[in-house]
Design a protein around this ligand. Structure first.
Ligand code: CMC
Length: 428
């Protein structure tokens, strides 16, 4: 901790607050005593200047386009690591040794199946249900199947719940896809990699052998790693807030899934692809660029911009390279891709987007790749949820293990009516 302090003057009185130092990144003013001392709250809707917790998992420098997991740059992890290794790293803080990794992979693979009764939950949904709607339901429902892992004060139970969530998400997401098609659910195959198994459960059918395409498997590995965690984003903060009340882990992850669904967050990959389809032809791009700039039009270019990254999204760089690789391998020609390339080019050279530092984000390119692989757009956010589950459980574990953890309870600036007396309905 530094000796530095910050002083706030209120009506002629000065109040001094400690300044806390992280290992890297901005210092924070510790205002926990502010209300007790001054009777005032701070006001920061959207948390643009508020650190909600202490965390040692992920670091982002939005100006420099840096993303580190436990200190390791995302580019290195995306190139060299596996999703299982990154999951271990996020959960435990260090890269695993060979035997630790083998044990982790074994443990995860032994939790990939879901209770047969859970399958009946799916049959209650309409065939055209959005996969995120299904996931909100079935992930929350997991808590009713695992009474042995909901004592959150026990670190061993927390870890079992974390393993179950990481292991079962691919199965649950693939089941949502199969249900929409009316095809039988595929059982997991534990000899395959995490991503290979997911691809087989999604695109395989019991009647045929399924060959995992290594280029697509590698692209999915990268997509999962790039989405694994992103510090205190909206859905992670939701998981933390839900968990801060002591709610069980499955319910907390279901809350995170609900938050991720929104088009300003994880839902942007689906929205971006739908937008590219709506544009349809490169000739119509200027019309959409004009709409994005028009203050009176709520339209935004989906897959552009980021709350934290103001120069570039390092995930988008890796994702773009992956998109090029996958499109070449699959030899796809799709008008959506021409629109995507041209839109990217125009926006990157347009004064409005340059000035506001609006760059294509990870969701812009991931949508293009997932579309090429054959996922329908409504599955895109479900894939994001699958990968982000590891970040959510890592952050949730970190929070519960923190002895200073309190229930999350923001305050407000009240602007409603002041106290008034009730008037009976006949007199109003
Ligand atoms: N298209 C057009 N204008 C935009 C866009 C966009 N995509 N994004 C921001 N702006 C403008 C916005 O109108 C505002 O202009 P002004 O200063 O004149 O009012 C300015 O840029 C700042 O926007 P903001 O809404 O204050 O920025 P924010 O940090 O609150 O929002 C964002 C960040 C990601 C929600 C926003 O950029 C956006 O809605 N992007 C589209 C959705 C998207 O792609 N989301 C995925 C984010 S990455 C994956 C993830 O983390 O989930």
């Amino acid at each position: 901790m530094t000796e530095q302090t910050a002083t706030l003057g209120v009506d002629g009185s000065n109040f001094t607050y400690p300044v806390l130092d992280g290992t890297v990144g901005p210092e924070v003013v510790d205002i926990r005593k502010l209300y007790g001392q001054t009777g005032m709250f701070t006001y920061d809707p959207g948390f643009t200047s508020t650190a909600s917790c202490e965390s040692a998992i992920t670091y982002i420098d939005g100006e420099k386009g840096i993303l580190l997991h436990r200190g390791y740059p995302i580019e290195q992890l995306a190139e060299k690591s596996t999703f299982m290794e990154v999951s271990y790293l996020l959960l435990h803080g260090e890269l695993p040794t060979k035997s630790e990794l083998d044990e982790f992979v074994y443990t995860i693979s032994r939790h990939t199946m879901v209770h047969e009764q859970l399958a009946t939950f799916y049959r209650g949904f309409r065939r055209d249900a959005h996969p995120m709607a299904i996931l909100c339901g079935v992930v929350g429902a997991l808590s009713s199947f695992y009474h042995d892992s909901t004592d959150i004060t026990d670190p061993a139970q927390r870890m079992i719940a974390s393993h179950r969530l990481i292991a079962k998400m691919p199965t649950l997401v693939a089941m949502a896809f199969k249900y929409s098609l009316g095809q039988p659910f595929m059982f997991p195959q534990n000899s395959l990699s995490y991503t290979g198994n997911f691809l087989r459960m999604t695109f395989g059918v019991p009647a045929e052998p399924y060959e995992v395409n290594p280029i697509i498997e590698n692209a999915m590995r990268r997509i999962f790693i790039l989405h694994a965690d992103h510090e205190q984003n909206a859905s992670t903060s939701t998981v933390r807030l839900a968990g801060s009340s002591g709610a069980n882990p499955f319910a907390c992850i279901a809350a995170g899934i609900a938050c991720l669904w929104g088009p300003a967050h994880g839902g942007a990959n689906e929205a971006a692809l739908n937008m590219l389809r709506e544009i349809g032809d490169v000739k119509r791009i200027p019309e959409y660029i004009a709409r994005a700039k028009d203050k009176n039009d709520p339209f935004r270019l989906m897959g552009f911009g980021h709350r934290v990254y103001k120069n570039f999204d390092p995930r988008a760089k890796v994702m773009k390279a992956t998109a090029d690789e996958v499109l070449k391998e699959l030899n796809i020609s799709d008008p959506v891709l021409d629109v995507a390339k041209e839109l990217e080019h125009i926006a990157l050279n347009d004064e409005y987007f340059i000035e506001k530092k609006l760059y294509p984000n990870v969701d812009f390119y991931s949508g293009v790749i997932l579309n090429a692989i054959g996922f329908p757009t409504d599955m895109f956010t479900a894939l994001f949820a699958l990968a982000r589950t590891v970040g959510w459980v890592a952050q949730w574990n970190e929070m519960i293990a923190d002895p200073e953890q309190k229930i999350g309870r923001p305050r407000q600036l009240y602007v409603g009516a002041t106290q008034r007396d009730y008037i009976p309905v006949g007199d109003r």
